[in-house]
Each structure stands twice: as C-alpha cells, then as structure tokens.
Design a protein around this ligand. Structure first.
Ligand SMILES: Cc1cc2nc3c(=O)[nH]c(=O)nc-3n(C[C@H](O)[C@H](O)[C@H](O)COP(=O)(O)O)c2cc1C
Ligand code: SF4
Ligand code: SF4
Length: 243
C-alpha cells in the first residue's frame, strides 16, 4: 500500500508509477477518512513533497496515526532541489527501511518563477529513470538512503521549517482578480485542506492552508495571486507535461 500527498501532482505521479512497477496500489491520504487496516500488507510506502525542508502537515499527521506493522517501509520525497533532514524526521515518527528523494519541477511559485521548460522536462525524464531504479530496490527490499539533503540541512529542517509552519502558511495574501475569475469553483473543490469557500461566486481563503500551491497553479484563468509575488509568474501542474 502506498500513501501519498500531492499539491500539483508530482508526488502523485511518483506514487502511481512506483505502484505500477511494484504491482501495488496508491491512495491519496486527503481522501481517506479512517486509518486503513494495513495488517496484511507486506510493504508500506509514503510519497510526498518537501515543504520548507520538512514533511507537510497532513502527511505527518497521517503517518503518526497509522498502525505500526512489521512490513518493509519506504518513503519517497519529491523536491525542487534538496530535502534537508525531511526523511530523517519522517523516520523518527514512522520508521523507514528505505528513504529516497527525487528531484522534480519546483511548484513553489511564491518563492520564484517556474523553471524554464527544458529544465522541467529534463527533471521529469530523470525522475522516470529514478522511479524504475527505486522500484527495483523496493521489490528487493534493499535498505537504501538516497536523498539530497543539501547544505545546512539541520538548520533548514529545524528553525526554517518551524518558521514556515508557524508564520508562512497564512492565507492572508491569497487574492483573486475578480475580472478574470469565472466563479467555476475549481480552486475550492480541489483544495485538500478545505480552506477555500465560494462566496458570491468568488473564492475566499480561510482555514489551515497547507501551502500546497494547488489552487494558485490549477486556476484555468490564472486569476489567483499571492500578494504581488506571483504576478507574471508561470503556473505549474504535472498534468501539463504528461503525455
Ligand atoms: C510550500 C512549499 C515549500 C517547498 N519547499 C521546498 C524545499 O524545502 N526544498 C525543495 O527542494 N523544494 C521545495 N518545494 C518544492 C516541492 O517540494 C516540489 O516542487 C514537489 O515536487 C512538489 O510536489 P507536489 O506536486 O506533489 O506537490 C516546496 C514547495 C512548496 C509548495
Ligand atoms: S479556479 Fe480560478 S476561475 Fe475558478 S473560481 Fe477559482 S479563482 Fe475563480
Ligand atoms: S488554499 Fe490553496 S495552497 Fe492552501 S491548501 Fe488549499 S489548495 Fe493548497
């Protein structure tokens, strides 16, 4: 059983590809109501994006609640550049036999513009090869730690991650261009934390936003901004690149 969390599709794609190769099933944790029965599983996998060198809150909560069994456990994080101690932290609340990181297009358009097209496609091609390699290692239950932690890993996964979760996940800067927004409701329907409500045909943000970047990236009208940081920046979802 593979459990995944994904904002813009990178981690979902990885989870589904790995599941296909190792002949397993993948599940979106945000759609699971009760903790699943994993007693008969021979392996458990977790796939999720790195958020500020840490594990996104929904995955952290899910893994902490999941029943502990003796099955082979693996985790795969996806990131734009590096993970810090994300997987070591994850393993401290759900013990992993293997941990991997896969470099993927960076969806954090609040921080910087989307990478150039050739970088995005190159990353996706490399990731496809890495997925095959990882899948074989999982089948063989090989114990592996292959994660690009980057520089200052302890600092970034410590104080910076703490600051991100405490201060940077505010919805206050989300705004919508009322002329562009058609009121289709897609952003609200797809928000995994149910932080968007539609009011008079326009979205309003409130609640425990994960900063997964789904709403801002999927709006078909590019009507959503985060302050003025995202104005003029391109939008990303993996679906635009999948054949
Ligand atoms: C809030 C946020 C924080 C991020 N922090 C990091 C980071 O610390 N290091 C990194 O390399 N990439 C970081 N990224 C990029 C994502 O980890 C990367 O694009 C990931 O593959 C997105 O996966 P998803 O499409 O499954 O959500 C961040 C993205 C978001 C939205
Ligand atoms: S997805 Fe875009 S167009 Fe649709 S309601 Fe949300 S902001 Fe408006
Ligand atoms: S409000 Fe947007 S960024 Fe926040 S959790 Fe929902 S979809 Fe993700």
């Amino acid at each position: 059983m593979i459990f995944y969390f994904s904002g813009t599709g990178n981690s979902k794609w990885v989870a589904m590809k790995v599941a296909e190769v190792i002949n397993d099933k993948s599940y979106d944790i945000t759609l699971i109501k009760d903790a699943p029965d994993v007693n008969n599983e021979k392996r458990i996998g977790f796939v999720f994006p790195v958020h500020a060198w840490g594990v996104p809150e929904p995955m952290r909560i899910f893994a902490k609640k999941l029943q502990r069994i003796k099955a082979f456990a693996f985790g795969i994080c996806t990131y734009g550049a590096d993970a810090g101690h994300t997987m070591k932290k994850f393993s401290s609340f759900y013990r992993l036999d293997s941990a991997y990181g896969i470099e993927m297009p960076n969806n954090y358009i609040i921080g910087e513009d989307l990478e150039e097209e050739d970088v995005v496609t190159h990353k996706l091609e490399n990731a496809a090869d890495e997925i095959l390699k990882i899948s074989q290692e999982i089948i063989n239950e090989k114990k592996v730690y292959r994660v690009n932690e980057g520089k200052f890993a302890k600092f970034k996964s410590g104080i910076i991650n703490f600051g991100f979760n405490k201060f940077a996940r505010s919805t206050a800067k989300f705004n919508v261009d009322e002329c562009k927004c058609t009121g289709c409701g897609l952003c609200a329907e797809k928000c995994p934390s149910l932080s968007i409500i539609m009011s008079d045909g326009k979205p309003i943000w409130k609640g425990n936003c994960y900063q997964c970047m789904r709403c801002i990236n999927i709006c078909p009208q590019v009507a959503i901004q985060y302050g003025s940081d995202t104005v003029g920046r391109r939008r990303y979802t993996i679906n635009k690149y999948l054949k």
